[in-house]
Design a protein around this ligand. Structure first.
Ligand code: MCA
Ligand code: CO
Length: 134
């Protein structure tokens, strides 16, 4: 079911400061900030040769990363995103196996304009999983 790692995400309290650290200290190319109100986050992507790192900051009162940042005030690894070819088939197979697909179960359009879904971290060894159809 799983293809490549699309990105690894880090929740941060201050996106501008995190962008500056990755750009100026680590010497990475970082994309422009992209507000995603439907997901309750603003994101940038650190573009690496083999994958991407997504830096996430809360956006709006209902952000799904607010509680995470309250527990991890300096920031922390938040999710890993795997690519899948058919996200609805993946969802149905995962649900049938007892994994909790988060939200309504219907994919939303993610940061790359492609459908995404999330799987509960307690079902996968304490790691929140994002699936992205490519
Ligand atoms: C769009 C863009 C893109 O790439 O395209 C994105 O990535 S958007 C990325 C942002 N979107 C999302 O994260 C959407 C999916 N997330 C969610 O639905 C939710 O955040 C959630 C279900 C993971 C957690 O919500 P919740 O209200 O249950 O929050 P709680 O704080 O009570 O968390 C319940 C338990 O899960 C743990 N927990 C929460 N978040 C994480 C995480 N990221 N990684 C590992 N564990 C986690 C908590 O510590 C707690 O464990 P304990 O009970 O042991 O303390
Ligand atoms: Co993501």
């Amino acid at each position: 079911m799983l293809g490549r790692v699309n990105h690894i995400a880090i929740a941060v309290p201050d996106l501008a400061a995190a962008t500056a650290s990755y750009r100026d200290i680590l010497g990475a190319h970082v994309s422009q900030a992209q507000p995603l109100p439907e997901h309750g986050v603003t994101v940038v992507f650190v573009e690496l040769e083999n994958t991407k790192v997504e830096l996430l900051e809360p956006l709006g009162a209902e952000s799904p990363i607010t509680a995470f940042l309250a527990k991890n005030p300096t920031g922390g690894m938040h999710h890993i995103c795997y690519e899948v070819v058919d996200i609805l088939a993946a969802r149905d197979q995962l649900s049938a196996a007892g994994a909790r697909v988060l939200g309504s179960g219907e994919p939303k359009i993610g940061a790359h304009g492609k459908p995404v879904l999330f799987l509960h971290p307690k079902d996968f060894f304490g790691t929140l999983i994002e699936l992205e159809q490519v």
